[in-house]
Design a protein. Structure first.
Length: 118
C-alpha cells in the first residue's frame, strides 16, 4: 500500500512542478511558447485559470497523501519497535551479554573484599 502512496505522491509532485513551470505570474510563461494552440482553443484567461486550479488541487492532493500514508505503516508491530526482528538479531541486540565468571579463574587471585563500613 505504501508503494502505491509513493507512486501517487511522486506523480503528483512531477505534475505540480510541470504546472508551476508553465505558469508565469506576468502572463507569458511557457503556455505562449507551446505554439499558441492552447490560446486558440480555450483562450489565455481560461488557460491560466485551469493551471492555477490544477496547482492548488495537486498541492492539496500531495498534502492529503502525505498525511494519510503513515496510517498504513506496520500494523501489528510492538509499540516502540522500529526495526524488524531479523534486523535486531543480525545486529546482535538479541544475544545475551556475557557475564563475568562467578568464581575466579584458576591461577588468579580474587580481589579483596571491601572493608565493612565503607
Amino acid at each position: 500500500m505504501l508503494i502505491i502512496f509513493g507512486i501517487l505522491i511522486i506523480l503528483a509532485c512531477v505534475l505540480l512542478g510541470f504546472f508551476v513551470l508553465i505558469q508565469n505570474p506576468k502572463g507569458g510563461g511557457l503556455s505562449g511558447a507551446l505554439g499558441g494552440v492552447g490560446n486558440q482553443v480555450i483562450g489565455v484567461r481560461q488557460t491560466t485559470d485551469v493551471l492555477e486550479k490544477g496547482t492548488w488541487i495537486l498541492a492539496v492532493l500531495i498534502a492529503v497523501l502525505c498525511l494519510t500514508a503513515p496510517f498504513f505503516i506496520g500494523k501489528g508491530g510492538k509499540a516502540g519497535q522500529t526495526l524488524a526482528p531479523s534486523a535486531v538479531e543480525k545486529a546482535g541486540a538479541g544475544a545475551p551479554m556475557p557475564q563475568a565468571p562467578a568464581t575466579p579463574l584458576p591461577g588468579t587471585t580474587p580481589a579483596p573484599a571491601p572493608a565493612p563500613g565503607k
